[in-house]
Design a binder for this molecule. Structure first.
Ligand code: E4P
Length: 225
């Protein structure tokens, strides 16, 4: 399962990339807007951090097929041919997806709130589909269950796609989908940090250090004894 960062702040991305086993970065127009910087400047910096192997997800804006295709071309020129184009899973979006498939451009169906949207995006050839777990929860539905149902619909219909589950607010939502074996999740830095934020773990490490220093002296490590 791939673990991506759902953010565009390059300081945070660099920190999370250094600390955790991360596979890529996803952005959307709202995430880029929070940076208040020229989008391609930010996206090129992200590409430099994650390298050519890292998955980078960038969303197009136009619902018009020809304009969307030009956007996709520009995104790929600016950020690398391997970048995945995010397309909202709407009626116009499916038309764009079919065209991207014909052109051999990698893409992902985003803004997925229902199983049918996810199924249709996968059927259009999307490499990933992105259900918005927390936003679905906020509609009074079960975002994790909708994501599992999309995963099952893709598998049972033999479609060559998988989830990039998105919009998480807590570790439990992510964990449920890790256990279910979805293709990928994309998670904000604060939720990734909360994966291992645990006072008991911190106390255990403090105790190990204190015991060792009691044995070998303050500030000593296995290099000094
Ligand atoms: C990623 O593809 C989505 O755009 C993103 O996760 C949405 O997250 P939000 O619900 O926190 O805005």
């Amino acid at each position: 399962m791939k673990l991506c960062i759902d953010h565009a702040d390059t300081i945070q991305i660099r920190r999370i990339y250094e600390n955790y086993p991360i596979d890529g970065v996803s952005t959307n127009p709202s995430i880029l807007a929070k940076c208040s910087r020229p989008p391609y400047e930010v996206l090129r910096e992200i590409r430099d951090i994650i390298g050519p192997e890292g998955e980078l997800f960038v969303q197009i804006i136009s619902p018009d097929e020809e304009a969307a295709l030009q956007e996709a071309d520009r995104i790929l020129k600016e950020t690398g041919e391997q970048t995945l184009i995010k397309v909202p899973s709407t009626a116009e979006g499916f038309r764009i997806m079919k065209r991207l498939k014909t052109e051999g451009i990698r893409f992902i169906g985003t803004a997925v709130y229902t199983v049918m949207q996810g199924f249709l995006a996968a059927k259009c050839g999307a490499e990933y589909v992105a259900p918005y777990v927390n936003r679905i929860d906020n509609m009074g539905l079960d975002g994790v269950q909708v994501s599992k149902d999309i995963h099952d619909a893709i598998c049972r219909n033999g479609l060559d796609s998988g989830l990039l589950a998105a919009s998480f607010r807590n570790t439990q939502q992510v964990l449920e989908l890790i256990k279910y074996g979805v293709k990928a999740v994309t998670v904000s830095p604060d939720v990734i940090d909360s994966f291992v934020r645990n006072a008991e773990v911190d106390n255990a490490v403090i105790r190990f250090t204190r015991d060792f220093e009691g044995l070998c002296g303050e500030g000593k490590t296995m290099l000094d004894c």
